[in-house]
Design a protein around this ligand. Structure first.
Ligand code: NAP
Length: 167
């Protein structure tokens, strides 16, 4: 079983600060929503907590939260303690996809477990002060394709490109 990783990062691989995102980019949020809706999303406990309560679980998606604490309550989500458990809650034979949606610890875990065969990376054309970074990736063997590019506008303060990486 393989999953797609989806992330938005700044020029230095920065992805978060104080358990929050670094920017407001409604156009990228729309891309995230449209891409993941109808599918399964897997996230770390901290990422789950970073989503305001009224917006979680993420609607129209099966939400899976990973924590080492078996008593953790993630209302409306499935709790797992190991990425291997994803396959118990996700039917790989269906047309549904499994998305790893972060944060940094879970991206690293999924990449190290060789769970990822596709990445959708929003490259935000800016540097940000951050405390959380996307892990280092050895890009050998990955094929890159730019999907969409956006210039900044009054609602989206940074330009960005969405790139698909497959192997
Ligand atoms: N820019 C983006 O696209 C993007 C996307 C997602 C998140 N983010 C940002 O990333 C930050 C959060 O990322 P993070 O790295 O701090 O946290 P995280 O990956 O969301 O969650 C970390 C938690 O996952 C659980 N975990 C980690 N390794 C585990 C393992 N081997 N087995 C079982 N459970 C495990 C632990 O939960 P317990 O402590 O409960 O055991 C750990 O505290 C926030 O700032 C968020 O806004 C950015």
């Amino acid at each position: 079983m393989k999953c797609t990783l989806i992330v938005a990062m700044g020029k230095h691989r920065e992805i978060g600060k104080d358990n929050d995102l670094l920017w407001k980019l409604p156009r990228d949020m729309k891309f995230f929503k449209e891409t993941t809706e109808g599918h399964t999303v897997v996230m770390g406990r901290k990422n789950w907590e970073s989503i305001p309560e009224k917006f979680r679980p993420l609607p129209n998606r099966k939400n899976i939260v990973i924590s080492r604490n078996p008593d953790y309550k993630a209302e409306g989500a499935v709790l797992i303690s190991d990425l291997k458990e994803i396959s118990e809650h996700y039917n790989a034979d269906s047309d549904k996809k499994c998305f790893i949606i972060g944060g940094a610890q879970i991206y690293k875990l999924a990449l190290e477990a060789d769970l990822i065969d596709e990445m959708l990376i929003t490259h935000v054309d800016e540097t940000f002060e951050a405390d959380t970074y996307f892990p280092f990736v050895d890009w050998e063997g990955w094929v890159e394709e730019d999907l969409i590019g956006y210039e900044k506008d009054e609602k989206n303060p940074h330009a960005f490109i969405v790139t698909k990486y497959t192997r």
